[in-house]
Design a protein around this ligand. Structure first.
Ligand SMILES: O=C(O)[C@@H](CO)OP(=O)(O)O
Length: 198
């Protein structure tokens, strides 16, 4: 049967990343409002406070929907490519970027996230995962069967919405990507690399 995976990145974080800003809390509440009529069976979130707080604020609009912490929804590097996999003109910049993050355990967690959150299911299912920029890039890449390195360069705004559909009879389909329709202009594009914003 079909699974609909709703993905969001936590709301805008404070500079020390210990929680959400006032804007981040508002973003989360607005996303909760947007999702209130979706028949969600669960909200999963990463263990870090910015994801946990976002999930709680969203869930205030989803009475009865269980909220569960999942290590697989955390913040990690899902895949570190070898230099030869990368387009030569971008390889040094991309590897320099990746060197700024710890790589331990990310591949295992990324596999776990794919097992837990993707693919067709026994019963129709809608689930929300409140996570971080990198995992959303990884799952969008996987849905499109793009090469492993291609999660790089897929960025997501805070509290924007991506929805991926997995069904047994069609290839996986990205229905929404980085959709910000529920956010007013002043709350859009936060968390996104400034030089890439529209
Ligand atoms: O550090 C970052 O750039 C991303 C990586 O996933 O994390 P977050 O979404 O928590 O900002």
């Amino acid at each position: 049967m079909t699974r609909y995976l709703y993905l969001t990145r936590h709301g805008e974080a404070t500079p020390d990343e210990s929680g959400l800003t006032a804007n981040g809390r508002r973003q989360a509440a607005l996303l909760g409002e947007r999702l209130k009529d979706v028949p969600l069976s669960a909200v999963h979130h990463g263990p870090l406070p910015r994801a946990a707080q976002t999930a709680r604020l969203i869930a205030e609009h989803l009475p009865g929907v269980p909220v569960r912490v999942s290590e697989a929804a955390g913040d990690y590097l899902p895949y570190v490519p070898a230099k030869e996999e990368l387009p030569s003109e971008h390889a040094d910049r991309l590897l320099g970027f990746l060197a700024g993050f710890p790589a331990d355990g990310g591949a295992r967690l990324a596999r776990q996230a794919e097992e837990l959150f993707t693919g067709p299911v026994e019963e129709p299912r809608h689930e929300l995962v409140v996570t971080h920029n990198f995992l959303i890039g990884w799952l969008v890449r996987a849905a499109l069967d793009a090469p492993g390195w291609r999660w790089l360069g897929i960025n997501h705004c805070n509290a924007a919405l991506t929805v991926i559909r997995y069904s047994p009879d069609r290839p996986s389909s990205v229905l929404f990507f980085n959709d910000m329709a529920h956010l007013p202009p002043e709350l859009r594009w936060t968390g996104f690399p400034p030089e890439l914003r529209l």
